[in-house]
Ligand binder design. Structure first.
Ligand code: HSE
Length: 339
């Protein structure tokens, strides 16, 4: 399997470390052998070698604060689209930054790779939340896979769980904590920190971005909700079609007051079907302390799936992180290798 990395930031590097660490296991357990033919990153430089390049060395360069193209014979002059066209890759691994309003540059990368007959694995929420239908159709036409397990709850495999493990069940509602930063902030506020102090801590720990709007205004959770609405309920929507409220209006006294009434504030993303319409929303809700979602604290994510067969099933796990999100791409790679 010839792999091409487009985006070699935290997530791309997380996957690279995992496939190096698990090279033997992948070969023995799944007969999966791979070579990396290209890496394209706007900041870290680009490499192309259709016979396979040195992934370990690329990781070491990044760790040393150098560009991967510094002192390399495989240095490539051109953008990701050019690399996709020239790489001859079997799988394009897309892990550039998410832009939930335009989906770019990831959407163009995904389209081009599928056009070139490459399978696509992405952790980027933009292309799925905005253009799932078109991209899935293009993948079908090209008889390639378009997989994105990591877009919702990183490597905690909720999409596979709903689509495959729960196959045969009717899903009535999905509701969960889909953003780690805001859950961490609410947890720390309940412990007595102010909103600003909790946000500072979240930034210190690397959960929140330097500009934390996408997390605290609910947009990140909204993108995930939109992906669930499309993939599980077949909705044809865009993220901002749904009501969305973040956590910026929640005060410490409202949290304490809820606590006294046996409730806890959570930023809840949910999708459900009402008659023939798919409804979805993101917003703060007071959850009863007896509900499994109420016990999910810190940066952890969780999703409760209401089904006609099992009633409620709740999956709890990481929703972000280098290894965790890298692992989501490994899940998808194994799926492609198994076909
Ligand atoms: N910033 C997100 C979160 C992680 O805090 O959950 C990536 O979706």
């Amino acid at each position: 399997m010839k792999l091409l990395f487009v985006g070699f930031g935290t997530v791309g590097q997380g996957l690279a470390e995992l496939i190096l660490e698990k090279e033997e296991q992948l070969k023995n357990d799944f007969g999966l052998k791979y070579s990396v033919v290209g890496i394209s990153d706007e900041l870290k430089g680009s490499l192309l070698n259709t016979n396979g390049l040195d992934l370990q060395r690329a990781l070491e360069s990044v760790k040393a604060g150098k560009k991967i193209s510094d002192d390399s014979d495989d240095s490539f002059d051109g953008d990701a689209l050019k690399m996709i066209r020239q790489s001859g890759a079997d799988v394009m691994l897309e892990a550039t930054y998410t832009d939930i309003k335009t989906g770019e540059p990831a959407v163009s990368h995904v389209r081009e790779a599928l056009e070139q007959g490459q399978h696509v694995v992405t952790t980027n929420k933009g292309p799925v939340a905005l253009f799932y239908k078109d991209l899935a159709e293009l993948a079908r036409q090209k008889k390639k896979r378009f997989l994105f397990e990591g877009t919702v709850m990183s490597g905690t495999p909720v999409l596979n769980f709903i689509r495959e493990t729960l196959a045969g069940s009717k899903v009535q509602e999905i509701k969960g904590i889909l953003n780690g930063t805001t859950n961490y902030i609410l947890t720390r506020m309940e412990e007595g920190l102010s909103y600003d102090e909790a946000l500072d801590k979240a930034q210190e720990l690397g959960y929140a971005e330097a500009v934390p709007d996408a997390d605290v205004l609910g947009w990140d959770a909204l993108a995930k909700v939109c992906i669930l609405a499309k993939v599980v309920f077949g909705a044809d929507s865009k993220p901002f079609d749904y009501p969305c409220e973040g956590i910026t209006g929640i005060t410490a006294s409202a949290i304490a007051d809820a606590r006294n009434r046996g409730k806890r504030f959570k930023l809840i993303g949910k999708v459900w079907k009402e008659r023939n319409y798919v409804k979805a929303s993101v917003g703060p809700e007071e959850i009863d302390l007896t509900h499994p979602l109420a016990g999910v604290m810190g940066a952890t994510n969780a999703l409760t799936v209401s089904t006609d067969t099992l009633g409620d099933v709740t999956v709890i796990g990481p929703g972000a992180g280098k290894k965790e999100t890298g692992f989501s791409m490994l899940i998808d790679l194994i799926t492609i290798g198994n076909k």
